[in-house]
Design a protein around this ligand. Structure first.
Ligand SMILES: Cc1cc2nc3c(=O)[nH]c(=O)nc-3n(C[C@H](O)[C@H](O)[C@H](O)COP(=O)(O)OP(=O)(O)OC[C@H]3O[C@@H](n4cnc5c(N)ncnc54)[C@H](O)[C@@H]3O)c2cc1C
Length: 431
């Protein structure tokens, strides 16, 4: 649908990532007339797929929590989710994540001392005694080894060193109902999910406009005006900005390490394990190798993980993403630097998925700079490292609402992004 520049919308939402989509649906459903804009030609932001070398690959976001599933259900969005496992390969041990009853049981019977130290540390942390960051909790509570490393796995998944991840991050799942303890993946892949959200929005009468870049947002005579790249101006009574809020962070705020990826097309004869979403190669001693990455040094060992895209692809093959972090500062690695990582990955990937190397039909190394150029977004899973509160959902000076994964609520993932979208919509509805 073409937006009318002479129409005064109730709300304009800039950015059709997950947070913007959720905000737009909730607002439209409440009876507001909503215009949703995105600079890209597809919806979903970091959550979706793209084509490379003629094959469809997942862009970034791929595994979700039950909080998001419940929210979509409450908005009558037509997506089917399934529950799949993450399997972590740590030396000879196979550990299922997130840690559940089986891990605790094994811990109690095999390492009772570690279990008691772990529980003692948790109680102390819950009482607010010490351990502001996960690395400190792990080092001061647990002896080096499997348990200590596994407890710090969330730091790897967020792309930050354990000494940078607030311990409170672990408690957010229960506090905000994100539900990552029971991860879910959308059947058909992340783009199917994003498209279902867009379909719900337009079916309610919302106006979706893709391929338009919002250049300027101004408040004039109690009206918000958006200037887009074609020169047109749209006006509304309220404005939601769901783009990454760079200007809200101090100039020198530390940022998460950007993610790099190897895009692989694999012959179907190489069977990805049924019921598994992610396979992780996780070497011991994250306290050594992640700080090296964080300091911009080349680690001898590093973690990486692979997952299979649930995309209707070609009959003879499927696509895999292999995610990893290069040393901070290396955002456009030379061929030699790529090869250095590739040699390590090749040496370990067969343990995760036997036969994968001989099954490769196509491969592409996507660096952080390449990702940014291609998608117009950053590949930092945790965009900014914040030890305190995230910026609020409203700019008190202009009255512009803010949604997305760089603002309240805490947590740096799709669960927090969609919750921010819902909270902002509620604020506007109740204003
Ligand atoms: C590599 C990677 C892997 C991840 N994996 C997971 C995962 O498995 N599970 C999980 O829960 N989270 C994951 N995350 C985090 C998750 O992707 C984000 O938290 C979530 O997708 C953010 O949604 P959003 O709506 O806030 O922002 P975005 O997805 O960034 O959407 C913002 C939108 O705004 C648009 N936009 C920007 N500027 C303008 C402009 N000027 N005009 C118009 N439009 C504009 C963009 O095109 C984009 O569509 C991952 C992140 C990364 C980087």
């Amino acid at each position: 649908m073409v937006p009318q520049s002479n129409t005064n919308y109730d709300v304009i939402v800039v950015g059709a990532g997950l947070s913007g989509l959720v905000s737009a649906i909730k607002l439209q459903r409440s009876g507001k007339r909503v215009l949703l804009l995105d600079k890209n030609e597809r919806v979903g932001g970091l959550c979706g797929t793209f084509t490379q070398g003629g094959y469809e690959f997942t862009i970034a976001c791929n595994d979700f929590g039950q909080g998001l599933v419940k929210l979509f259900k409450s908005l009558d969005v037509d997506v089917v989710f399934e529950q799949k496992k993450t399997v972590v390969h740590y030396l000879d041990a196979l550990i299922e994540a997130p840690l559940g009853g089986a891990f605790i049981k094994a811990l109690v019977s095999n390492e009772p001392k570690q279990f008691l130290r772990f529980i003692g540390g948790l109680i102390k942390a819950m009482l607010g005694r010490g351990f502001p960051v996960l690395g400190q909790f792990a080092e001061q509570t647990l002896a080096p080894g499997l348990v200590r490393d596994i407890v710090q796995l969330p730091a790897y998944l967020m792309g930050v060193a354990p000494y940078d991840l607030p311990s409170s991050f672990i408690g957010l799942d229960g506090k905000y109902g994100y539900g990552y303890t029971k991860p879910a993946t959308p059947v058909g892949g992340p783009q199917v999910m994003a498209d279902a959200l867009a379909k719900r929005f337009t079916s309610l009468g919302g106006v979706l406009c893709l391929g338009v870049y919002a250049q300027k947002q101004v408040l004039l005579d109690n009206q918000y005006q958006i200037l887009i790249d074609s020169g047109e101006i749209y006006t509304a009574n309220a404005l939601v900005n769901s783009t990454e809020q760079v200007s809200l962070y101090e100039h020198n705020t530390k940022r998460g390490v950007p993610l790099s990826m190897l895009l692989l097309t694999i012959d179907k004869s190489v069977e990805f394990p049924v019921g598994v979403h992610t396979l992780v190669h996780y070497p011991p001693n994250i306290e050594t190798w992640f700080p090296q990455i964080d300091r911009g040094e080349w680690p001898e060992a590093f973690a990486f993980h692979i997952f299979k895209s649930d995309i209707k692809g070609r009959p003879d093959c499927y696509t895999l993403n292999c995610f990893f972090y290069m040393p901070r500062g290396i955002t456009s690695p030379s061929l030699q630097q790529q090869q250095r990582y590739r040699t390590y990955i090749d040496a370990h990937i067969e343990t995760l998925l036997p036969g994968v190397l001989s099954g490769i039909q196509y491969e592409y190394f996507m660096s952080p700079d390449d990702f940014e150029t291609r998608h117009g977004m950053s590949s930092r899973v945790m965009p900014y490292i914040h030890q305190g509160a995230k910026p609020d959902n409203i700019d008190l000076e202009t009255g512009i609402y803010r949604a997305g994964h760089t603002v309240y609520p805490p947590g740096d993932h799709a669960g927090a992004a969609v919750l921010s979208g819902a909270l902002v919509a509620e604020k506007i509805i109740n204003a």
